[in-house]
Design a protein around this ligand. Structure first.
Ligand code: PLP
Length: 378
């Protein structure tokens, strides 16, 4: 049904209607020029073959290890055996899940959760066990909530920090609670940190792998996609213990083989080069957030929490009797605004819609004008 709303939005666009696309997750910024230039130079210099080693060219593995030490407080003493570069963060997550799960193993996921987690867990042979976190409590996770869902089959906790769709950035206290449960129940933690650089109001993103005794049981998933506006390049990674990376490498060997070699060169340029583009993008997202949260809350019938990171707003429509799917459909029909129904992110997402603010400010302004006109009809 989510796809049905999406298909309808595309069909309306194709028919020439002026649909404002707030459903996607693709930054409207271009990849910084120095990264593009490095990739072009690599291609011209003949780096058009399989990489050696297949997990990633040594300079790129070193760059990820250096970044983990510098920004995440995680020491990676053996990059060659503790990192695998992947075609995008999504494949990194899937490899990580396949590496740790045996058939029937359970994975705790925090709900609202990213749409792809449950299917990915199923494909990897496991069972997703959602932990419902209410919006009224700002989607806060506690050890009590995690412990309530533990069974002898629980194998891992999958977290997304910062979170798509809620925009939450986990606090030290929440991460300590997750680490405590992982240690006491002997679980892996898969930490999806794809939005790590997109945090607002001077917040610091904390990596759970940097917490005491957590590095050996954490699979940190990251990538260039969101932070460097590089969605089309497909470059992500897993950082984990050598036995996990060995399994991930074997899986890669019989499926995609490796990430594209030129993207590995781009990865070196992105991680080791100037970071001012990221700061500029982050500032722009924060300004859009401030504009949108204020404007949405001024419209009767819409409530929108501010967000701490990533680039999605997750407003509620407290007076509406519609399900989030019906809401998304009505918004498309009445205002030609494409959004994602909250129920796509699990049951606790119902009543919400997700709006991406990785969209031009002018489109956001137009969306707010249209919303103000039709909010009563929702
Ligand atoms: N994790 C989350 C929470 C995401 O939202 C996305 C992309 O939307 C990804 C991972 C994967 O990103 P990619 O495969 O494009 O690197």
């Amino acid at each position: 049904m989510t796809l049905a709303v999406n298909d309808k939005a595309k069909a309306m666009q194709a028919a020439g209607l002026d649909v404002i696309a707030l459903a996607g997750g693709d930054p409207d910024f271009d990849t910084p020029a120095h990264i593009v230039q490095t990739a072009v130079d690599a291609l011209r210099a003949g780096h058009t073959h399989y990489p050696a080693p297949m997990v990633g060219i040594p300079q790129a593995l070193e760059a990820v290890a250096a970044k983990m030490a510098r920004e995440n407080g995680v020491s990676v003493p053996d990059p060659r055996h503790q990192i695998i570069l992947t075609p995008g963060g999504k494949w990194a997550l899937y490899l990580g899940l396949c590496a740790v799960l045996n058939p029937g193993d359970e994975v705790l996921i925090l709900e609202p959760h990213w749409v792809s987690y449950p299917p990915m867990i199923t494909l990897a042979g496991g069972t997703a066990v959602p932990i419902s976190l209410p919006a009224e409590d700002n989607f806060r996770v506690t050890a009590v909530k995690l412990r309530a869902k533990l069974t002898p089959r629980t194998k891992a906790i999958l977290i997304n920090n910062p979170c798509n769709p809620t925009g939450r950035v986990l606090t030290r206290e929440e991460l300590e609670a997750i680490a405590a449960v992982a240690l006491e129940a002997d679980l892996y933690v898969i930490a999806d940190e794809i939005y790590e650089k997109l945090v607002f109001d001077g917040r610091t993103h904390l990596s759970i792998a940097s917490f005491p005794h957590m590095a050996e049981r954490t699979l940190t998933v990251g990538g260039l996609t969101k932070s460097y506006a590089m969605t089309g390049w497909r470059m992500g990674w897993v950082v984990a213990a050598p036995d996990i990376i060995r399994l991930a490498t074997r899986l890669n060997g019989q499926t995609v083989s490796c990430a594209a070699t030129f993207t590995m060169h781009a990865c070196v340029a992105a991680l080791n080069g100037p970071q001012d583009n990221i700061a500029a993008m982050c500032t722009a997202y924060q300004q859009r957030r401030d504009f949108m949260v204020k404007a949405l809350n001024e419209i009767e019938g819409i409530e929108c929490r501010s967000i701490e990171g990533a680039f999605y707003l997750f407003p509620r429509f407290p007076h509406s009797r519609r399900s989030s799917l019906e809401l998304a459909d009505a918004l498309l029909d009445k205002a030609q605004i494409a959004s994602v129904p909250g129920s796509a992110f699990g049951r606790s997402g119902d009543g919400h819609l997700r709006f991406a603010i990785s969209t031009a400010q002018s489109d956001l302004e137009r969306a707010v004008e249209r919303l103000a006109k039709i909010a009563r009809q929702l």
